[in-house]
Design a protein around this ligand. Sequence first.
Ligand code: ATP
Ligand code: MG
Length: 268
Amino acid sequence: MSEPTIKPKPLSRINLNDFDPDFHGNDDKQDVVAATDRLQEKMQALQNRLYAESKQSLLIVLQAMDTGGKDGAIRKVFEGVNPAGVYVKPFKAPTPDELAHDFLWRIHPHVPGKGYIGVFNRSHYEDVLVVRVNNLVPKEVWKRRYDHINNFERTLVDANVRILKFYLHISKAEQKKRLQERLDTPEKNWKFSPGDLPVREQWDAYMDAYAELLERCNTDYARWHIVPANCKWYRDWVITKAIVDTLEDMNPQYPPPAPGLDAIVIPD
Ligand code: ATP
Ligand code: MG
């Protein structure tokens, strides 16, 4: 199977036009879907070991434009994983209390503790995306955040948190198609938000903002993965593969049995 994901080299210049959102490898859909299913079985076993070991954790950050497929990917990639060991935290527009603090204040408490996988649906990266595009804070404030984010992520990595960051890359034309589907399909009407339209008009400014964070926050300890995401089954395989590869590399181990277990007799 072809290269699962496109990882920019640390601190390399990114032009998102160089990354094809339609890319879906050379394999048939049914083969890729079957491969994803096999990977999910591995993920279940690895997650079980991670939880039992309880010494390290995995933080998955998902970022995308509206309709980019964050929700769909979460639904597919984690199906079958023990829900007791995985949780999803969506980050919406900050509350007044959150705005009264530094931008990482609301993020830090949701970092997964030892044994857990945590998924951020949007994240601290909104503070160099929507905030930058809409001038919600002055430029001198958001400019400093790339370093703040890198330092924050370093802190987490030093505390045994592995970080995997995915940008789901869709085209503007694909977004139009997906927004239209939300208008046309009664079961999807609820997902249509008129507020997505002004954001769509800022597409180019968002691409610039993404390019800069993909460049500046792609550290060797917390790499970004640019996921071609127009094709949903390919997107799901790419993310599942990256997670399984990372969990295998983390190599969690069941703790050794407590001494004397073999001598214990369970009374009738
Ligand atoms: P859905 O796919 O269901 O639409 P979503 O992630 O787009 O999911 P919404 O409630 O539609 O969820 O959007 C959340 C909104 O919160 C986004 O517009 C996002 O830009 C905004 N947001 C997130 N973090 C911040 C932040 N730090 N500052 C300002 N706005 C933020
Ligand atoms: Mg939305």
